[in-house]
Design a binder for this molecule. Structure first.
Ligand SMILES: N[C@@H](CCC(=O)N[C@@H](CS)C(=O)NCC(=O)O)C(=O)O
Length: 186
């Protein structure tokens, strides 16, 4: 399955979840402060085919809230199901041709979450371009333009066709690197 097919199928699943949620919360017109818990339960088993490794419901809640916050922060015009789908495939799905991807890590010195990723990069002996956002203003600006915020670490994965995927969250990045390039204790 290509990256784009996976995104479209996952977007359809998010749309289906949205409709099911709305049905379940008709009385409040869809308003549900615990929406992420509901979605995690609905999606957990249905998501398995899209992911590189099994995911817990707690992690799903975390990813859903992250996708929601990022969708708002970037003021993206992409409808939320597509936006979430892209972010989920980027964060949790296996890459199509990982060996051909170029990797760049946006980080800064003294950031403990960045250290977590840097340790995994070292342990896996990966060729990752390190982009310190406080030493190079361009890196900071690229990051802000792509994500609407400058929280690091963020892994930028560039496919041979030039398509970029931006992966935030140190735990997701380590998990992705380990699942894609080998298994190490980080
Ligand atoms: N949950 C995130 C936390 C990342 C985080 O808090 N990064 C800090 C630096 S260590 C940061 O960028 N703070 C500034 C900001 O959020 O703009 C992760 O695990 O990657």
């Amino acid at each position: 399955m290509t990256h784009e097919t996976k995104v479209q199928q996952l977007a359809a699943l998010f749309r289906e979840a949205g409709e099911a949620h709305h049905q379940a919360f008709l009385e409040t017109d869809g308003v549900d402060p615990e929406w992420a818990l509901w979605y995690a339960e609905y999606l957990h088993d249905r998501l398995a085919q899209f992911l590189a490794a099994p995911i817990t419901r707690s992690r799903l809640v975390f990813c859903l809230i992250g996708a929601d916050e990022e969708h708002r922060a970037t003021e993206s015009s992409t409808p939320w199901p597509e936006y979430y789908a892209r972010r989920f495939v980027e964060c949790l799905g296996p890459a199509e041709e990982p060996a051909e991807d170029r990797l760049a890590l946006y980080y800064f010195d003294g950031c403990p979450f960045c250290v977590r990723v840097l340790r995994a990069v070292d342990a896996l002996r990966l060729d990752v371009e390190l982009r310190n956002i406080y030493e190079n203003r361009d890196h900071l600006n690229e990051l802000r333009a792509a994500r609407g915020r400058t929280t690091v670490p963020v892994l930028r994965i560039t496919s041979p066709n030039g398509e970029d995927r931006w992966m935030p969250e140190s735990a997701d990045i380590v998990r992705y690197l380990q699942a894609t390039y080998g298994q190490v204790a980080a």
